[in-house]
Design a protein around this ligand. Sequence first.
Ligand code: NDP
Length: 477
Amino acid sequence: MTIYQNLIAGEWVGSDATKNINPSDTNEVVGLYADGTAEDTRNAIAAAKAAFPAWSRSGIWERHVILKKAGDEIMARKDELGALLAREEGKTLPEAIGETIRASQIFEFFAGEALRLAGEVIPSVRPNIGVEITRDPLGVIGIITPWNFPIAIPAWKIAPALCYGNTIVFKPAELVPGCSWAIVDILHRAGLPKGVLNLVMGKGSLVGQAMLDSPDVTGITFTGSTGTGRRVASASIEHNRKFQLEMGGKNPMVVLDDADLAVAVEAAANSGFFSTGQRCTASSRLIVTEGIHDKFVAALTEKLKTLVVDNAMKTGTHIGPVVDEKQLKTDTDYIEIGRKEGAKLAFGGELITRETPGFYLQPTLFTEATNQMRISREEIFGPVVSLIRVKDYEEALATANDTPFGLSAGIATTSLKHATHFKRNSEAGMVMVNLPTAGVDFHVPFGGRKGSSYGPREQGKYAAEFYTSVKTAYTLA
Ligand code: NDP
């Protein structure tokens, strides 16, 4: 079997490899992907550092052309790359193709942004002096990504890093190297100069840690768990390095008495359970007022009965498998915790056997949960949702905000007054009205507050805040 190698200084290298296993069919090896070392990482950092001066001064047309070519190729290959994504991560084929299209759109967006780089010219408060404000690239950016969006998250970090003139060392999650390898291959063939984009696949404890330990990495953009995020933060402060963290969530969706029941059920089912609940923006807490509670539970339970859990590649599957055995154990441990804490298991909770051996779990709904239970406070990252009954809107808002996280929050209501109040008073970075808490646009800022995020927002033109450093220059006329 071919080994998909690491790209360091423009050369494909590496002979040791790890198997990429399909969670829908654990007999299937998706591919063999290089197992990078700390030394590979140091070589990649050195290559990125050497490539930086030339790339930081490259023309914006060159950057535009490369980013555009990448976006076009990803779109042209959306079915093939979507299938690779579904096979390595386990989200359903339509979800995976959708994510691939989004990755293409992100490259197209930043291809456009490359042509719109601008600064400001401002008069000085002193006579005969001009002031210019410009944005310089940061330098070598370390990119560390999680397994749950194998193509979109790498795209939304790599595209702006290149657009603003940075060079890159990229380490994808060990579980899903396939899509990352494909993006890097596409950009390499699109004409990126040697060393501008380096790929080091391998373990977080080796490759990721070597990036954290290097004084030559001038910025790190990280998406992943809170625990690893804290390591990125403390190592980065030690090196006086800029960093950006996107971490976990425990996103609430409030359902008020006046909600359109069908809209509320669709939003809750989608954001709680689609992509197997493995989205940082998933609604894992449903906060429901008394008047609609019983009707909503009955309708959501009926909906859950219709959702098909099966092989991600099979037509008709709504929910694919959990990503791996370790995450499956986390999910089932939390289901046991929920039972012991006294929440009522209203639906699911059981492992499922399918034609192909995989990590299949029923969508699981706990009712009669409280907001103090562990299943309502800690991120599970699986298809497990707690439903909390509250008296009225005021209690719903207070419960929604009573969490260490603050990524996304939703409300289902037909009241303009409550929707407006919720948008103003939610403590989350993203607020959805009558929409799932997951599912965002690619051209506007993405990010959260409190324990969910740290540093500037990602995506859209706000991405410049992280990938550049502002310079103020004064000139005597
Ligand atoms: P992890 O924190 O385990 O891993 C994230 C990345 O960090 C992986 O590439 C991992 O490598 C790497 N890593 C692990 N150890 C180190 C280390 N010591 N130094 C540097 N890098 C390291 O998270 P998961 O991959 O398990 O992702 C799931 C988590 O991500 C969830 O908590 C979820 O909420 C969060 N997430 C947040 C999002 C957001 O935007 N807020 C979006 C998506 C996910 P390896 O996998 O090879 O060990």
